[in-house]
Design a protein around this ligand. Structure first.
Ligand SMILES: [Zn+2]
Length: 158
């Protein structure tokens, strides 16, 4: 059956190498960009400067690794959800740059990036992403763009 065959092929396809990918940009395109802090964080830590994407990576607050679990069972329906290709790590320092109450949640911002098909926010710091046509460098850029999306922060308070 064509449909079944295609589904199996996409599961075994896994991750693409850079060059064979569809990424609109790669990590070098975002490394120097400063990720704004939330108004709340700026209020609480007035001397705190926004970190760049490169700095967040250096302090291990933003990272990408291959997803070890290609699919997950839905908690309610037990339906198999996937495939997931990458796991995005969002550590402490990045936590000051998004808010759960903002217009767009971080996982929704990530889901809106080109090439991202699905996002599963497993834990505060761990998001699994199905993006079979993004390479590691492009996945990192997509995760950075989600943090850079102004809609993940509440509006300015004065
Ligand atoms: Zn790529």
């Amino acid at each position: 059956m064509g449909l079944f065959g295609r589904k199996r092929a996409s599961v075994s396809q896994g991750r693409v190498e850079r060059g064979a990918c569809s990424c609109p940009e790669h990590r070098e395109g975002v490394l120097g960009l400063a990720v704004p802090l939330t108004a709340e964080a700026r209020e609480a830590f007035p001397d705190e400067q926004p970190m760049t994407v490169g700095e967040l990576i250096e302090v291990d607050a933003l990272g990408i690794q291959p997803c070890e679990t290609p699919s997950f069972n839905d908690a309610d329906t037990a339906a198999l959800d996937g495939p997931y290709t990458w796991t995005v790590w969002i550590g402490d320092e990045a936590r000051s740059s998004y808010e759960d109450e903002a217009e767009v949640s971080l996982d929704a911002a990530l889901r809106a990036r080109p090439g991202v098909e699905r996002v599963l926010w497993e834990d505060r710091e761990i998001l699994h992403v199905g993006a079979p046509t993004l390479c590691a460098d492009g996945m990192l850029a997509a995760a950075a763009r989600a943090l850079l999306d102004p809609r993940v922060r509440l509006g300015e308070r004065s």
